[in-house]
Structure formats: structure tokens, C-alpha cells
Design a protein around this ligand. Structure first.
Ligand SMILES: NC(=O)c1ccc[n+]([C@@H]2O[C@H](COP(=O)([O-])OP(=O)(O)OC[C@H]3O[C@@H](n4cnc5c(N)ncnc54)[C@H](O)[C@@H]3O)[C@@H](O)[C@H]2O)c1
Length: 262
């Protein structure tokens, strides 16, 4: 897309954000895409299923009146990511944000996890995030403005979650280190990098909604007295990505209702 007349480093009126993993119906990515569109962002929906991504993009454009593009991409596929980010740059307004939300979980205990499962978790959660961010940063640097948010997990901080085990926690811990390093290395280009570390959020990632029994169990450890929603996480991401978030970098926002306080 042709460069806008806005001075380098200034937010354009309609910034674009890439949200990976944004097609899942009840997921954090989709809620984030909706929240950002509501805040006036153009959104690139990047998920495995092309038709589902296009459907979400059409819904965002219809309900929020913002430009939106849906792309079917496996973020672990380097060439597919390069092509997708190029298309986003050509077809949407100035790219300002990337939300590295796409991820897969692994409930397998360490003594049982196989090489294939371990590698796939890192291929998607870590290498996919690396590919998407590397391509986005090339574009951010042109206009001296960029915001990166990694969706990590409380599981990374406390050594396993209520569901995710070593492969998942290890991959999510990598995201925390990557964001902190980007914060240091990319600040001089007007780029911030932060993470969110959600606790248990009621989505489909664990193979279905939380049962009442499970919720009851989780509530025992939750000072706020309720299980987290996708909107709770989307609000935190929107803050880190938005105009007011410019003085936060290298930060991890614990969106966990107090389940893990450190
Ligand atoms: N739900 C929770 O309790 C919780 C807690 C902490 C962190 N998280 C993280 O939040 C993020 C979103 O999870 P969710 O709970 O909304 O789950 P979800 O399964 O609803 O959404 C994940 C999305 O990522 C997409 N995806 C998976 N692999 C992909 C790939 N290779 N390329 C592109 N897209 C891919 C899926 O198609 C799906 O749309 C994940 O990174 C997850 O680890 C979730």
C-alpha cells in the first residue's frame, strides 16, 4: 500500500493489525479482532481455514465498517506467512500491530510426550510467531511504528497450566523471552513488544467448553470469583496495541483473575 502522509511514528487514523488464530468461533483471537475493529483498526484475520477466516473478516467489515481481510495460512509454513504478510501490506492500510495469538495446546505429560507432538507445538507456537513477527517488523520499520503482542499463558509462568504440560508451557515461555528481547532490540525503530499471559479462559482450546465441575474447581483458586472471558483478554491486548500503550514494552500482562500472583 502507498505510504500515508502521516509523519513516521504517528498512528494513522485506521491502523491495521494482524490477528493470528482469529477464526475460532469462541476464541481469544476472534474476540480480539472484534475488539480492535470496534476501536477502529483494520484487521487481517489469519487462520488455518481460508473460508472461516474470510467469513470473520466479512463480519468485521459489516459490523464495524473497517477494512478486513481473511487469509488461510498455517503460520508454521514460512513461505505461506511471507506471502500472506505481503498481501496484507498491499491490500490493507498501514500495518501497525501484530497479535501472535494462534496456538495449539498439549496436555501430554513430559514422560509421555512424543517427538512429533513436541515439534508441532513449537512449530506453531514459537516458529510460527517468529515468521509472522519477522515479516511484520520489516513493514513496521518503514514507518517507525509497530506494536507486537504475544499471547503467552499463565502456564508458562507457573510450570504447566490446568491443562497444558511441558511442550505447551515451554513454547509459551519462549514467547515471553522473545517479546522481551524484541522490546530491547526494536525500540529504536518505534516498535513495542509485550505479552499477555491469560489464566484459564473459557474457549474451545481444551477440546470443548469448560464443564460446570471444572469451573467449580478453577473458582477455588480465583480471587476475582469468576472464570475469565475472551473479552477480558481482548481488552488487555487492545490496550497494549493501542495509542495509549506506547510507553509499555517488555511487559507481561497477567490476565488471570489473580490465579497466579507473583
Ligand atoms: N483458553 C485458555 O485458557 C488460554 C489460556 C492461556 C493462553 N491461551 C492462548 O490463547 C491463544 C488462543 O487460544 P484459544 O483459547 O482462543 O483457542 P482456540 O483453539 O479457540 O483458538 C486458536 C486458534 O488458532 C488457530 N491455529 C492453530 N494452529 C494454527 C496454525 N498453525 N496457523 C494458523 N492458525 C492456527 C486455530 O485454528 C484457532 O482458530 C492460544 O495461543 C492459547 O495458547 C489460551
Amino acid at each position: 500500500m502507498a505510504l500515508t502522509p502521516y509523519p513516521a511514528g504517528d498512528f494513522p487514523p485506521t491502523p491495521t493489525a494482524i490477528v493470528t488464530g482469529a477464526a475460532s468461533e469462541r476464541g481469544i483471537g476472534r474476540a480480539t479482532a472484534n475488539r480492535l475493529a470496534r476501536d477502529g483498526w483494520a484487521v487481517a484475520v489469519v487462520d488455518l481455514d481460508e473460508a472461516a477466516s474470510q467469513e470473520v473478516a466479512a463480519q468485521l467489515a459489516r459490523e464495524h465498517g473497517v477494512p478486513a481481510l481473511g487469509l488461510g495460512v498455517d503460520i508454521a509454513d514460512e513461505q505461506a506467512v511471507v506471502a500472506a504478510v505481503r498481501r496484507i501490506d498491499e491490500e490493507l492500510p498501514q500495518l501497525v500491530g501484530v497479535v501472535n495469538n494462534a496456538g495449539i495446546s498439549s496436555p501430554t505429560p513430559f514422560t509421555e510426550v512424543g517427538t512429533e507432538e513436541w515439534k508441532r507445538v513449537f512449530d506453531v507456537n514459537v516458529h510460527g510467531t517468529f515468521f509472522v513477527t519477522r515479516e511484520a517488523v520489516k513493514i513496521f520499520r518503514r514507518r517507525s511504528l509497530g506494536r507486537i503482542v504475544n499471547v503467552s499463558s499463565a502456564s508458562a509462568e507457573r510450570g504447566g497450566g490446568v491443562y497444558g504440560r511441558a511442550a505447551y508451557s515451554g513454547s509459551k515461555a519462549a514467547l515471553l523471552g522473545m517479546a522481551k528481547t524484541w522490546a530491547r532490540e526494536l525500540g529504536e525503530y518505534g516498535i513495542t513488544a509485550n505479552s499477555v499471559a491469560p489464566g484459564s479462559i473459557d474457549t474451545d482450546i481444551m477440546g470443548g467448553r469448560l464443564s460446570d465441575e471444572r469451573k467449580e474447581f478453577l473458582l477455588q483458586e480465583l480471587p476475582v470469583g469468576r472464570v475469565g472471558t475472551v473479552e477480558d483478554v481482548a481488552g488487555g491486548i487492545a490496550y497494549l496495541l493501542g495509542r495509549d500503550g506506547g510507553y509499555l514494552t517488555g511487559v507481561t500482562l497477567d490476565i488471570n483473575g489473580g490465579s497466579h500472583i507473583h
